[in-house]
Every structure is written in structure tokens, then in C-alpha cells.
Write a protein that binds this ligand. Structure first.
Ligand SMILES: O=C(O)CCC(=O)C(=O)O
Length: 214
């Protein structure tokens, strides 16, 4: 069908307390983030974690910051050391904190100062089930997610797992802030789109999720 008017590029409607910043990091910015991420990954390579039931997470994980989120058969927690190596997690790179400061300055959370950054790596077919982030001490602080690499379908549900989630497409360089009335929404990742990364040499998707854990 021929359109009478050009199709406007409307941003997706998101629930109250969620701010979606499409293209918050441009390509050179993403490359700077990637170089910093690479240093963290070389220090503490991502690994799938055990969950309480005994299975493994679909995404591989690592952390930087004062504490890192981890899971094993005993449950979920933040801890100062990498369980594999026993070493403290690498510090959050300044390239990451500068981006977060720039983005939160005009947000409802101008004082947000993350002490933890959980890095998830999704290879082809990896996903993350609907869950709430509830291991942090202060729920008045948001969770901020930066996407790098392949695009993904991010799911945002309600306060109960059974509520049908909406799908928000996240591309490389997009940033999602989740706080306020939406801080405790169930969320997850339904699928990634292999081969869509604009970053040379990156296959799969990384999400850098910044938290105030302590
Ligand atoms: O990868 C994402 O965008 C979501 C990550 C997430 O939900 C989490 O780490 O709790």
C-alpha cells in the first residue's frame, strides 16, 4: 500500500518510570565503551552461572565494581570477589561512569552512583527469563542498562510474573533506565538478533547493567 504520509519514526511507548534513550551512545562512543569492556572481560571472562535449581544461566556473566552479582546453588547475592578466581572484581571503567553521569544528570536520578555493573553476554539463542532485580538495598535507585552488539527484544512486564510483557527492541548504543514506579517490574530478554551488531568484531550482545547494590 502506498502511504499518503511518510511513516514517522515514533519511539515506543514505555511504562511510567522507564526511560528509553535510543542511540544514547553513538558509534565512536560504543567503540570507546567496547575497548573498556574488553579490559574487564580479559581480567574476568564471562561464565554461565549455576542457578538454585542446578541448571546454568543462558547468558554468560561477569562484573565490575565494588561488588558483583552472582548466582550458585545457594542462591543470588552481591559479592566483592569473583567466585572463580577469588580476585576482587575489576573497577568500573571511567568510560562507563562518564556515560552514566551524562545520562542521569537530567533524569529523575541525578545522584545515581553505581557500585556494581553486571555484564551479561548473550550468544546466539541466549535469553533471560522474566525476573525482578531485588538483591539491591535501595529500590529508590534505578537499574540502568546499556546495550552493545546485536539487537534484542527486551521484555517489560508488570509487578507480577503472570502479567503479559511488552516488547521493547534494544539496539547497540541504546540505554534503558528503569526506576521509580517501574523499578520492580518483571523484565527479561526474549531473543537476540544475530548478525545485527554495528560493532566490528562483536558477535552476540552485551548488556552492561548498572546498579546501586550496597
Ligand atoms: O540484558 C538485558 O538487557 C537485561 C539484563 C537483566 O535483566 C539483568 O541483568 O537483570
Amino acid at each position: 500500500m502506498e502511504l499518503l504520509f511518510p511513516q514517522p519514526d515514533l519511539p515506543p511507548v514505555v511504562p511510567d518510570g522507564i526511560i528509553l534513550l535510543v542511540g544514547a551512545a553513538d558509534l565512536p562512543g560504543q567503540q570507546r565503551l567496547l575497548a573498556a569492556l574488553d579490559r574487564v572481560l580479559r581480567a574476568e571472562p564471562p561464565a554461565q552461572a549455576r542457578v538454585k535449581g542446578g541448571g546454568l544461566t543462558s547468558a554468560a556473566m561477569t562484573n565490575c565494581g565494588q561488588v558483583g552479582w552472582w548466582s550458585d546453588t545457594k542462591g543470588y547475592r552481591y559479592q566483592p570477589n569473583c567466585p572463580g578466581t577469588g580476585r576482587p572484581w575489576p573497577p568500573i571503567p571511567t568510560e562507563f561512569t562518564e556515560l552514566i553521569q551524562r545520562l542521569t544528570m537530567q533524569s529523575p536520578w541525578p545522584d545515581f552512583c553505581p557500585d556494581a555493573c553486571l555484564i551479561n553476554y548473550y550468544g546466539p539463542g541466549a535469553k533471560m527469563g522474566l525476573h525482578q532485580d531485588r538483591d539491591e538495598k535501595d529500590f529508590s535507585q534505578p537499574i540502568i542498562t546499556v546495550s552493545l552488539g546485536d539487537s534484542a527484544d527486551f521484555l517489560v512486564g508488570g509487578m507480577a510474573r503472570r502479567e503479559r510483557p511488552e516488547v521493547i527492541k534494544l539496539g547497540s548504543g541504546d540505554v534503558l533506565l528503569m526506576g521509580g514506579a517501574s523499578r520492580m517490574r518483571f523484565h527479561g530478554v526474549r531473543k537476540i538478533y544475530p548478525g545485527t551488531s554495528p560493532l566490528e568484531g562483536v558477535t552476540g550482545r552485551y548488556s552492561l547493567t548498572f546498579r546501586k547494590a550496597l
